[in-house]
Ligand binder design. Structure first.
Ligand code: HAX
Length: 445
């Protein structure tokens, strides 16, 4: 039985679980919203459901219930490698079942069959100035694929709501199949004089990206791609890119429109673009000393940064309260393949020095390294030194998660989102006559 049939077999039971909640417990209150949250980025307000992944503050993300170490250990591996096939990860997220080798290979084969990028996408990239940020090129390339949306075409012909998911799945497979080639094309256009290397049919999805940017001989970089793409695929349903693409798809905008919207959120410096800042900070720190600093030197340097009102990139997280396991997985990779790398030494020194300093400020709720504290170091080591491309790598992976969310939203028949906004005056009237209640747990200023 193929992936689509396996998914279809699970749908009735899942729909019944959700229908039962809506039918029998619709009025049940999940939580309340405070003034502080309304003005504070609706932080922590439980507004959506994702069974695809969940970020536990104390153990990091679980993908379909599996922790990062479990996911890496249980997913089928590329023959000859200890790192997983992305096709298996797609199957896991989509079907909610750990794939067999055969399942993973089937997705990889689907991707190969659907991987050809139409020429107009490349033409569009070429029409843009070379100085365009690679995330802008990436988002536009995804938008340009929209002309091929099967859902959009079928919807205008009349489509039963219960069947929407099938066409979202079709679009998801068609689009994700092309992502490594699009990413590689952007990389080559911007940084390698427009070099073009066609995909290698013998390689898996992740390694093909490495191959297409000219790293076909580098088995370690191919493995890094396999690891990186699995690690960045999903981070529950309410971060900026996930929530944005979900919102857009709730209007029944197709996968391409919703994905481009998600990518535009990912391109923000407080979200996906943060990895660019982290590697820049590491290199600046290294160059400041002209060598690996001592423990004391790094401590003083970090204290000075904090004193000047800046943040330490790569540390802290809005949800996590421990070291991000995606950081740890990449650290393990680095210690195995590039233990002598000087930037890696600096990353490790940072993990020993920085958390204590951040804790002492009494401000940062999480003083530990996040995934971006190491992402760039690994890419940099293997010659992908163009920081502004790192978010594209993130996006290639994240669209696998975002499109899975979109398919499942259609499975559940989720309606168009329409929360309600208030005016400041209305809030003032609500609190009229109440004694001051303080500035809440985390309100600024
Ligand atoms: N350095 C200095 N101060 C920090 C800090 C850090 N790394 N992390 C948090 N703080 C400060 C905050 O700036 C905030 O100070 P103010 O009250 O003066 O505004 C205070 O500690 C409380 O912040 P928080 O509640 O712990 O953290 P937030 O949820 O507000 O923000 C951030 C989370 C990731 C944005 C934050 O930790 C940060 O700016 N880190 C550095 C940048 C970074 O590493 N970004 C990558 C994030 C990874 C990611 O999600 N990528 O997609």
């Amino acid at each position: 039985m193929g992936m689509k049939e396996r998914l279809a077999a699970k749908i009735p039971a899942w729909r019944e679980r959700v229908n039962r909640l809506k039918r029998d417990y619709g009025p049940f209150k999940v939580g309340e919203v405070t003034v502080e949250q309304i003005f504070g980025g609706i932080r922590g307000v439980q507004i959506s459901v994702s069974d695809i992944s969940y970020v536990d503050p104390n153990e990091g993300v679980r993908l379909r219930g599996y922790t990062i170490p479990e996911t890496l250990s249980l997913l089928p591996k590329v023959p000859g490698s200890v790192y997983p096939m992305m096709g298996g990860l797609y199957f896991l997220l989509m079907v909610d079942e750990m794939p067999t080798m055969e399942d993973a290979l089937e997705v990889e084969a689907e991707w190969k069959a659907r991987g050809e990028v139409p020429g107009h996408v490349f033409d569009l990239i070429h029409a843009m100035p070379l100085s365009t940020h690679p995330m802008t090129l990436f988002s536009q390339a995804v938008m340009a694929l929209q002309s091929q949306s099967v859902f959009a075409a079928e919807y205008s012909n009349g489509l039963a709501k219960k069947d929407y998911w099938e066409y979202y799945l079709e679009d998801s497979l068609n689009m994700t199949a092309k992502l490594p080639a699009i990413g590689a094309y952007i990389y080559n256009y911007k940084y390698q004089n427009g070099m073009y290397i066609p995909p290698n049919p013998d390689l898996d999805w992740s390694a093909n990206f490495a191959h297409m940017i000219g790293k076909g001989d580098n088995k370690e970089y191919q493995d890094l791609c396999r690891l990186f793409f699995v690690l960045h695929s999903d981070h529950e349903g309410a971060n900026v890119s996930a929530h944005t693409s979900h919102l857009v798809a709730s209007a029944l905008s197709d996968i391409y429109l919703a994905s481009a919207a998600g990518l535009n959120g990912l391109a923000g410096p407080l979200h996906g673009l943060a990895n660019q800042e982290c590697i820049r900070w590491l290199l600046n720190t290294y160059n400041h000393f002209g060598r690996l600093p001592t423990r004391d030197e790094l401590a003083q340097y970090v204290q000075d940064i904090l004193a000047s009102g800046l943040v330490v990139p790569g540390y802290g997280h809005a949800v996590l309260r421990v070291t991000d396991p995606r950081f740890t997985a990449q650290l393990e990779f680095a210690e195995r393949f590039m233990p002598d790398d000087e930037l890696l030494q600096l990353v490790k020194l940072g993990t020993e020095v920085i958390p204590g300093i951040l804790l002492a400020t009494g401000k940062a709720k999480n003083p530990y390294p996040n995934v971006d504290a190491i992402n760039g170091t690994l890419q940099y080591h293997y010659g992908v030194t163009q920081f502004d491309f790192y978010t594209v790598l993130f996006g290639i992976s994240r669209l696998v998660g975002l499109t899975t969310h979109a398919v499942w939203s259609r499975i559940f028949g989720k309606p168009i989102e329409r929360p309600k906004s208030l005016t400041t005056k209305m809030l003032e009237e609500m609190v009229e006559g109440l004694p001051p209640m303080g500035n809440g747990s985390g309100a600024k200023g």
